[in-house]
Design a protein around this ligand. Structure first.
Ligand code: ZN
Length: 240
């Protein structure tokens, strides 16, 4: 069994298509989405349709949550808010109903998925360091949990202590817990513009990080043509 685990798609259809094509090429048999399908970029409905067609487990992200609300409540920064206001107008009622029904945490086979953190999943806190990860580990009952939200791929392990470990190819050892950020498909923020996702090789007990080139020019042109802030197009190339 080989799982393609991805999230923070953020309405970037070109990046999502490239990731799904790579996952197919790499022999992935299952898909798992850790949320934030919408927000920031120009194809929220199309990305949502594609994910729904996959019929895979999905958890809710903070942008998914905000997209379903009637109005904004000063939770987002101005850039994210401009995009979410635009997004609300470009999703169908059915899209919003589906997003609103997503759960915050799910167990898939022998692993868990959550968008932000396991300790307070509805508070949308960020795991930026081993202390943040330690708080989440207290509520992790499976060996492996995949998450996103920071848009930067990285992995934490808890054995005697909680520490950061390289994610490129990460062996999953029994008796340890792993909290793994799969990075962002549609708006990476680690200085690398390539779409990010992970493959969980369940039969080999190994997680692999993938970085995938995509048609970034088309994605940027769509952002500008949609009337979304220019900065949202620019940041795709910068990976921030
Ligand atoms: Zn996000």
């Amino acid at each position: 069994m080989r799982f393609a685990v991805f999230g923070d798609i953020h309405a970037n259809l070109e990046a999502l298509q490239a990731v799904l094509a790579d996952a197919q090429e790499r022999g992935c048999t299952h898909h798992v989405c850790i949320g934030d399908i919408v927000g920031y970029n120009a194809n929220p409905h199309e990305c949502l349709e594609l994910i729904r067609e996959l019929g895979c487990p999905v958890v809710k992200g903070n942008h998914d949550e905000q997209a379903c609300l009637a109005d904004s409540h000063d939770i987002f920064n101005p850039l994210a808010d401009a995009a979410i206001r635009w997004t609300r107008e470009h999703l169908t009622d059915d899209d919003k109903c589906w997003l609103a029904g997503l759960r915050l945490i799910r167990q898939v086979r022998d692993f868990t998925i959550v968008h932000a953190t396991l300790d307070m999943p509805n508070q949308w806190g960020y795991v930026f360091n081993h202390l943040d990860a330690a708080a989440s580990f207290n509520y992790q009952y499976t060996n492996v949990c995949f998450y996103g939200h920071t848009h930067a791929p990285r992995a934490y392990v808890r054995d005697e202590i909680v520490r950061s470990v390289p994610l490129e190819t990460l062996p999953i050892e029994p008796g340890k817990k792993y909290f793994i950020n799969v990075g962002s498909v549609g708006q990476p923020r680690d200085g690398d513009w390539h779409a990010s996702y992970c493959i969980y090789h369940a039969d080999k007990n190994m997680v692999e990080l993938r970085r995938i080139p995509y048609d970034i020019n088309t994605a940027q042109d769509k952002v500008v043509a949609a009337g979304l802030p220019q900065r949202l197009a620019d940041r795709l190339a910068l990976g921030n």
